[in-house]
Design a binder for this molecule. Sequence first.
Ligand code: ADP
Length: 475
Amino acid sequence: RQALGSLGKSRAKFISAEERTGVTFDDFAGQEYIKKELQEIVRILKNDEEFQDKGIYCPKGVLLHGPPGTGKTLLAKAIAGEAGLPFFAANGTDFVEMFVGVAASRVKDLFASARSYAPSIIFIDEIDAIGSKRGGPDIGGGGAEREQGLLQILTEMDGFKVSTAQVLVIGATNRLDILDPALLRKGRFDKIIRVGLPSKDGRFAILKVHARNKFFRSEEEKDTLLKEIAEHTEDFTGAELQNILNEAGILTARKDLDYIGRDDLLEALKRQKGTFETGQEDSTEIPEELKLRLAYREAAVAVLACYFPEPHRPFVETDINSIRSQPNMRYTEISGQVFARKSDYINSIVRACAPRVIEEQMFGVDNLCWISSKATLDASRRAEFLILQTGMTAFGKAYYKSQSDLVPNLAMKVEALRDEYMRYATEKCSSVLKEYHSAVETITDILLEKGKIKAEEIWDIYKSCPLVTVPPVSP
Ligand code: ADP
């Protein structure tokens, strides 16, 4: 094993190398079961020989998948930190260049560097950039190049024996669905762990981690405030929660205060909410027309939420106080395991169409604006998910994954089916909004006047709404 002195100055610029990451599992909060699984791996890494005598080997590859900012990189570093091993990191996008042969040779470089310091850890972030399905649509070009890189990863992983002095490869992606199945076979990334969005308790735990180096008036006040923030940050990632505390710290310092108080935390929360999608800050002076559009959008979403209630997640309230590209409607959290039926999936596609459909009805197809632009995308993603991932359509998951080369023009067929779902969803949504038009108007008026409206009030308006007769929509 070489001395580690030169590690930081890796020969290849695209590899970042750390002798000691200094990160531990204490730095990652929430989703305790993930840590438990990874702790097991660390134990095997540290006591290689003892485990081998018992016939237990460390997996060659661990794949972490989930949305950006949920702590995948942090976990990879924690594995290295806990096991006391050097850490070599690269990004999948670094491998793919226009020049032929670069991807494969960069993969070789990465593995060679890691191997010369073995036992060690390799981390490949955004592995989908190089490891997406072969023979699929070549978005962005460089297909052949990428394929060479992917083959090289497979060769490298197959090449090293499971023995002492091994290299553990950790991959991260938020697109598990597009990864080449060859990567997921036994002896490659055979441990797949989902890193999801944190629950309310998880968010509290994450906030506590990032509050370790911050000042509060007292421990009790800190807990109360952080619990309050955890309540209001559904769908936030760990990275966004960390931002809230950092921002609060800055606001406090700007005012020359010693402790983070409730006002600063709420202000930081508001900023994070306002900026995390649109880059626009909340503003008390939302232009009148935008306000009207927001109100219609929220009213339409509310009416659809009554028409097709989400069985696992009732809605709570909505408002027009912030401008986001997604609806402001808030829902209760999903609790425990839920099972969704095909009709639930289809209804969710119909619901997702509401912002776009109402904007078209009220302002005309040539007058759409960005506040409904995410809706269509969201709806078509839902349709694709139903088609490809649930096994509830002609293109069930198993069928699609294992036999994709046996189905000619698969992409075209999937697209055709998706368009069919989208047509139905748009028409159905449009007919519901026409039928309940008076409820849409009433909710819009209340939103314009008061800024927000709660679930009970919405239900009352919906139930007592005089209906307009519309022709049925054929499925
Ligand atoms: P990813 O690799 O999934 O995109 P990162 O690991 O880069 O996410 O997360 C960015 C930062 O967000 C981390 O360095 C950490 O400070 C914070 N973070 C994210 N998730 C968590 C978590 N579960 N616990 C503590 N901090 C977290």
